[in-house]
Design a protein around this ligand. Structure first.
Ligand code: MLT
Length: 263
């Protein structure tokens, strides 16, 4: 693990391997560890850059609000810090996908191709946003454990939940490395994020849209609509996986990423 001071905060990241740069952006409330299998395998042929977003994993907790745009600017600053000026292949998982859309809005000249993994393009409904804000208030007073416990059954397929307690434990183990301030900031930022559907038609880089066959958070039918709205997209369904595809079926996600990267 390495660290960089970006916007006065310590950002933890891994930069592994050499070759075309691939930037991996994790989801909520997770860290770069959710990409462990893909980091290690892709680093044999690429430079893989996997940060912990502000407030998550080994990065500093934020001192206040952090928008998806702030996360996107942190990614650009990290690429500057690493002196990577060639366009990257960016992979955004779930909340990392929301950050990826902001990265496109703000730094599109740095995007060579895109992988949208188990994510959504629409904004939260008013009810969903209100629920996130209520949860943020609750985390501020009682801590984030109720978030983790509430999310886990929805994150994985029934088969994973009932048959792979070790995987469920590993996901929980990543969640607890999040800082309460990071969780609060991300809940508010997700509630405030814009609708990215109008953006899809202008994304003119090759894009892979990857989704778990049993994803209950970003369902395959909605992700297929994202793929259909993009100029150049490959749609790939990952079998035997819910939302947490990178950990539930790491080999299939890796294969989809490798196919995209070698196209
Ligand atoms: C994630 O996996 O990043 C979250 O489920 C995203 C969300 O809650 O919208």
């Amino acid at each position: 693990m390495s660290t960089a001071t970006i916007n006065n905060q310590k950002i933890a990241y891994e930069s592994k391997g050499s070759g075309r740069p691939v930037l991996l952006v994790h989801g909520f409330p997770l860290s770069r560890e959710m990409w462990r299998a893909q980091i290690d395998a892709l680093a044999t042929s690429h430079q893989v850059i996997a940060p912990d977003l502000r407030g998550f994993g080994e990065s500093d907790p934020p001192s206040g609000d952090v928008s998806m745009a702030d996360h996107a600017d942190d990614l650009a600053a990290l690429l500057d810090y690493l002196q990577i000026d060639q366009p990257v292949a960016i992979a955004g998982f779930s909340m990392g996908g929301y950050v990826t859309f902001e990265f496109w809005r703000r730094h599109k000249d740095r995007v060579g191709s895109m992988m949208l993994v188990d994510t959504r393009a629409d904004a939260d409904s008013p009810e969903k946003a209100a629920g996130r804000r209520e949860s943020a208030d609750r985390v501020a007073t009682e801590g984030p454990n109720f978030i983790y416990d509430g999310m886990i059954p929805n994150l994985v397929s029934n088969q994973t939940f009932n048959g792979h307690p070790e995987l469920v434990k590993a996901i929980h183990g990543i969640m607890v490395t999040s800082s309460p301030a990071g969780v609060v900031a991300a809940l508010k930022a997700m509630a405030d994020r814009p609708d990215s559907r109008p953006l899809l038609g202008e994304i003119n880089v090759p894009t892979a849209v990857i989704v778990g066959a049993e994803d209950a958070i970003s369902p395959p039918a909605e992700m297929e609509q994202i793929a259909n709205s993009l100029q150049s997209a490959e749609f790939c369904t990952i079998p035997d996986a819910g939302h947490m595809t990178t950990m539930e079926n790491p080999a299939a996600v890796l294969a989809a990423m490798q196919k995209h990267l070698s196209a």
